[in-house]
Design a protein around this ligand. Structure first.
Ligand code: SF4
Ligand code: SF4
Length: 83
């Protein structure tokens, strides 16, 4: 299981500042930050702490079990960023 970010993400990096294991990317100092349409959670590294959810001003982060049906494709999109 992991947390999932969807495309309402505005890349404001609040979640990055909160994540204790630094598993949300790209960060601003990574080359693909400017072109990335949103940020993504590395599903292998995420420890499911949930700390990122309340700091997201756009409600763009979901625990897998609560991911709305219309966002199911973002499970693979988050994982694909790290492949
Ligand atoms: S806090 Fe929310 S809007 Fe901000 S970068 Fe993270 S997922 Fe995107
Ligand atoms: S649930 Fe915790 S470990 Fe996973 S992305 Fe959010 S803050 Fe990071």
């Amino acid at each position: 299981m992991a947390y999932i970010i969807v495309d309402t993400c505005t890349k404001d990096e609040h979640c990055i500042e909160t994540c204790p294991v630094n598993c949300i990317h790209p960060t601003k100092d990574e080359a693909d930050f400017a072109t990335a349409p949103q940020l993504y959670v590395n599903p292998v590294e995420c420890i499911d702490c949930g700390a990122c959810v309340p700091v997201c001003p756009t409600g763009s982060i979901f625990v897998l079990e609560e991911l709305p049906e219309e966002y199911k494709s973002f499970v693979d999109k988050n994982a694909a960023h790290f492949n």
